[in-house]
Write a protein that binds this ligand. Structure first.
Ligand code: ADP
Length: 651
């Protein structure tokens, strides 16, 4: 048994673009880009911070330098003030110097020794600080003294501006640092004053607090060969060393990866579901398209929403041509549009018969098709009635078979009637044979007697002669019918066709005259010999003439019947034939074909049996001839038949 393969939905890989296939990577990539941008931003930020940090370091160094320089300048100015006042001191210079308030203040402030020298550098007086300077109140400033000292010098001039010596103020650099407000600096940096030999002159180094940052050194203006070295306690923190930042960025990365993984999982589910849906759609489509039933969905206004392939094939219109159309529809026959419109309205109103209804559509190629339509309500997922679903079955073939059966039944009935008539004809001919034979023998005897009698009027003799002839012909016909009915072998002999025609015309003469018709005969001068059943051929010609007479009977312009024979030399495949034509100027065939006219019992006459032409055709065909019917030139009908010629009688 063949295995049914499901219709294949297009593979997701075939239909999806690369972008769609790797869409799931997007969250991860975005997270990566975001983290990268954050890192870049942090890096730039760190660089900026470092720059600011460096600038702050330089600015702080400059600030320290400026502060110390200012302090030095102040001290020098104060020393100069003291020097200016020394010219007034003449007696006991030591004690006077030591008692000078500015000197006292200077010793308290910074100076540890003040020396007054004359212009020969001989000490005139000196004053020294007794106690060491009090420690800086700030605990934060821890300056370790290294004993490095420096001094300020101020010239001493008399009233005329003549140099009288100089005043030297010695001070400890550590005291200078201690007395300078460097607390703010000490909070940030380890401050070192370094000599040119690299020896630390003064320092704020603290054991418990190691410096971290990059050291910055600057030669200190105002101090001989002294460098200021600042080493920050705090270095600018890199984001890379910041665990929270790293955790945040790592978390973001993980979130992105997790989102990608989830998206991938979801996409796989969607792709699988999509493939399943596609397969189901393909199945449904395949089923709908291979269904023998046409399907048509319409909305509540009758607009076509969907048609399957079967329906398209049924009516010959494509899906694109049909979907969206509203009645009247193109496959409705033009002469039935009103009826169909009315039925359509009934259907849309919900009055379509539940058992379906039959109607007739027209295929795009013009052919009519019989269809059976079943309408059912179309409801959406919420159960709301949104239109109508029609199932359409093409019943043309069924109808055709039904029609054929009907015709077959009729034919059988006709055959039955023909059989009955055959039997009747057989019976009648049997019954008529005896009286006809009697009439013939008596009339023949009477005819003989009359001929021997003298004084019999010629008309009486002629009449008697005709009675004998007609009785003989009647007997022949009756015998022919008997032979036909009994299917006994028909007698065929050589006959001149013109002689048969002449005989028939003779017999039909009265009939033609009674109808007031004019007979024109045009017989082939050559004549033609045929092998024929004479009575049968006579019956054919007689029937054609009788029909012609019936056709022209009552013709206002006067009936004309023409009969002709014509020799056809090899027109039918080289066969020599004689053609017999009977024409009239009656109403003509009026579009009817010979097949129609030969249909058994077809007759337009009140007393007609509708058998004549059918029998004629059968007789002609049994002689290898053919019967034709056509419109005659100038109006009327024309019947022709041809028979094979044996030997032209003229030869
Ligand atoms: P019947 O003569 O009994 O009607 P036929 O078979 O001889 O039966 O003819 C069938 C029909 O053919 C006639 O009824 C008539 O309508 C038509 N017919 C036959 N011959 C002619 C003719 N010459 N002109 C017009 N119609 C004819």
């Amino acid at each position: 048994m063949p295995i049914v393969q499901p219709p294949q939905a297009p593979s997701p890989h075939q239909t999806e673009s690369i972008g769609k296939r790797f869409f799931w990577l997007l969250p991860g990539v975005l997270a990566l880009v975001f983290v990268g941008m954050m890192a870049l931003w942090a890096e730039l930020n760190a660089a900026q911070s470092h720059k600011v940090y460096q600038e702050t370091l330089v600015a702080d160094a400059l600030s320290v330098e400026a502060q110390l320089s200012g302090r030095q300048d102040t001290e020098r100015v104060r020393l100069r003030d003291v020097a200016a006042k020394l010219t007034l001191v003449t007696r006991d210079p030591d004690s006077n110097l030591a008692r000078m308030p500015e000197v006292v203040a200077g010793l308290d402030r910074l100076w540890n020794r003040l020396v007054w020298l004359d212009d020969n550098n001989q000490v005139i007086a000196r004053a020294e600080r007794k106690a060491s300077l009090s420690a800086n109140p700030s605990e934060e400033l821890r300056i370790q003294s290294t004993g490095q000292a420096d001094h300020y010098a101020a010239p001493i001039k008399d009233g005329q501006g003549i140099n009288r010596g100089k005043l030297l103020a010695r001070f400890d650099i550590t005291d200078l640092l201690r007395s300078t407000d460097l607390v703010w600096l000490n909070r940030r940096y380890e401050v070192n004053f370094v000599s040119e030999l690299g020896e630390v002159i003064a320092t704020t180094a603290s054991v418990g607090r190691p410096p971290l940052g990059t050291t910055y050194e600057k030669p200190l203006a105002g101090f001989k060969n002294t460098t200021l070295r600042l080493t920050p306690f705090e270095a600018p923190e890199s984001w890379r060393q910041h665990p929270k930042t790293l955790a945040l960025l790592s978390g973001l990365m993980l979130l992105g990866i997790a989102a990608s993984a989830l998206t991938r999982h979801e996409m796989r589910l969607v792709v699988r579901a999509n493939a399943q849906t596609q397969t189901e759609i393909a199945w449904r489509q395949a089923m709908e398209d291979s269904a023998l039933v046409g399907l048509r969905a319409r909305d509540a206004d009758g607009r076509i929403l969907y048609v399957n392939k079967t329906l398209c094939d049924m009516v010959g219109y494509s899906r694109a041509e049909l979907v969206g159309l509203v009645p009247p529809l193109p496959f409705w026959p033009a002469d039935a549009v009103d009826d169909m419109m009315a039925r359509n309205l009934k259907t849309l109103a919900g009055d379509a018969p539940a058992m379906g209804f039959e109607t007739r559509w027209r295929h795009k190629d013009g052919q009519l098709i019989d269809v059976m339509i079943f309408e059912s309500r179309l409801v959406n997922a919420k159960g709301i009635h949104i239109g109508w679903m029609g199932s359409i079955i093409d019943i043309s073939e069924r109808k055709r078979l039904e029609e054929r059966d009907r015709q077959h039944g009729e034919t059988l009935a006709q055959h039955d009637r023909l059989n009955d008539m055959g039997l009747l004809a057989s019976e009648l001919s049997h019954e008529l044979n005896q009286p006809l034979t009697t009439i013939l023998s008596y009339s023949a005897g009477l005819n003989m007697s009359l001929k021997q009698l003298a004084g019999v009027a010629p008309d009486d003799l002629f009449a008697m002669n005709e009675i004998v002839r007609h009785a003989g012909k009647a007997g022949e016909i009756v015998n022919w019918i008997r032979r036909q009915a009994s299917r006994s072998e028909l007698v065929r002999k050589h006959y001149d066709i013109n002689a048969i025609v002449t005989d028939v015309l003779q017999l039909r003469k009265q009939h033609i005259m009674r109808a007031g018709a004019k007979l024109i005969s045009d017989l082939s001068p050559d004549g033609a010999e045929v092998i024929a059943d004479r009575i049968g051929i006579e019956q054919v010609i007689s029937n054609l003439v009788r029909n012609a007479v019936d056709a022209v009977n009552g013709q206002p312009r006067g009936g004309v019947i023409g009969i002709s024979t014509k020799l056809l030399n090899g027109s039918n495949g080289g066969r020599r034939e004689i053609e017999v034509t009977v024409r009239d100027n009656g109403p003509g065939l009026q579009g009817r074909t010979l097949d129609m006219l030969c249909t058994t019992f077809y007759s337009t006459k009140s007393d007609g049996m509708g058998l004549g032409l059918g029998i004629c055709r059968t007789i002609i065909e049994s002689h290898q001839g053919s019967l034709l019917a056509e419109e005659a030139q100038g109006g009327g009908a024309q019947f022709r038949f041809s028979l094979p010629v044996v030997t032209p009688s003229a030869l």
